[in-house]
Design a binder for this molecule. Structure first.
Ligand code: MRU
Length: 352
């Protein structure tokens, strides 16, 4: 059973602190939206679908707090939107965060005439639905994506697009899980993913835990392995995909895509439709988060670089659609021309 990084039990949201893995498996309890916003910002929880789910629980806590005050409906909704904005201001790149909050806000408006406690209960149920649907979506994505993999092979992945990054099962790693469940012999090469080490700390931990064959490499080793013919396919997740199929994902993904093309290796992206942002014509409009220079100058508490050195730390990059062999979603697989095929997939009815 793959790990589920966010649990909602007895009115408490429990999240495994992903900053501490693999050294420590610590679950933290959350009971209010402010603390959840901080958990997203500081990456206790990370990965595009997972931060959307966490934000939805945050919005549900905000609704519960507001329902216990005797506020006029318009004021309750106003304050609910403000608290959702606070949750949205945590990380800018993954559109799933804004997608989940927009879904919560739509329901809050549509049900605002209910008694406050019923209104809040409905929003709590909606957050649980967003969470549960995500795993079903990932399993459907896995079924579509695994068909692209051969009976036997080695798949390279970057960052962590696994169960830890989602409501369970994973996107890119979900495709790998589904291929293995279909009887294929797949082993994984995981890029360590500097500077936050999602590959070394999280992908290696998650796959090893689930008995999936994984080999860890430094980011700068990927080209050498490809040159040696040791990689059959690349599969990554995504944080935001624009209408033309450009893909924002963890910094370093673009380099892997260029290498894959140079070596004639397919480069696949697995992402739910909540990651696709048709409002952006191309990837140049995707906001790229910049994070603390300390992530680059330090490894944990160990200083690696001279104090005061200039640092640039973009957390994501954008892979142009021309380097993407296919985008795997829960309702099917898109290929170029992405503008047409993504629009067609987005128009299909919801899976759940
Ligand atoms: O900074 P992170 O760890 O939140 O970045 C995560 C990624 O870039 C993942 O590849 C992406 O969110 C897809 S997760 C299914």
């Amino acid at each position: 059973m793959a790990i589920k990084p966010i649990l909602f039990e007895d009115g408490i949201c429990r999240m495994i602190d992903q900053r501490l893995l693999p050294a420590e498996e610590l679950w933290r309890d959350y009971r209010d939206d402010g603390a959840i916003a901080e958990a997203i910002r500081t990456m206790v929880v990370r990965g595009a679908p997972a931060i959307g789910i966490a934000a939805a629980y945050g919005a549900a806590f905000a609704a519960a707090a507001l329902a216990s005050q005797s506020l006029p409906v318009a004021e309750r909704l106003h304050q609910f939107r403000q608290r959702c904005q606070h949750l949205a201001a945590t990380r800018p790149t993954a559109v799933n965060l804004f997608w989940a909050l927009a879904r919560m806000e739509r329901l809050a408006e549509a049900t605002s005439a209910l008694a406050p406690l019923d209104w809040a209960a409905g929003l709590r149920q909606e957050a649980c639905r967003i969470d549960a649907e995500d795993e079903l979506i990932n399993r459907a994505m896995g079924r579509h994506g695994q068909a692209l993999l051969s009976q036997q092979g080695t798949v390279l992945t970057h960052c962590n697009a696994g169960a830890l990054a989602t409501g369970g099962y994973g996107t890119a790693l979900g495709v790998i899980r589904a291929a293995i469940e279909a009887g294929k012999q797949i082993d994984v090469v995981a890029d360590e993913t500097r500077p936050f080490w999602q590959g070394a700390r999280l992908t290696a931990w998650e796959l090893q835990r689930d008995g999936i064959d994984v080999t860890l490499i430094c980011d700068n080793m990927a080209g050498y392995l490809m040159q040696q013919g040791r990689i059959d396919a690349v599969i990554v997740g995504a944080d935001r995909i624009s209408a033309n199929g450009d893909v924002a994902n963890k910094i370093g993904t673009y380099s892997v895509a260029v290498l894959a093309q140079a070596h004639g290796i397919p480069f696949y992206v697995a992402a739910p439709r909540s990651t696709i942002d048709l409002s952006l014509a191309d990837g140049s409009a995707i906001p790229i988060e910049e994070r603390d220079p300390r992530e680059v100058t330090h490894c944990g508490n160990q200083q690696l670089a001279p104090a005061g050195v200039a640092v640039y730390n973009p957390a994501f990059d954008v892979t142009p659609a021309r380097l993407v062999s296919a985008i795997i979603t829960e309702v099917g697989v898109a290929r170029a021309d992405y503008r047409t095929q993504l629009a067609e997939l987005m128009a299909r009815p919801p899976l759940c």
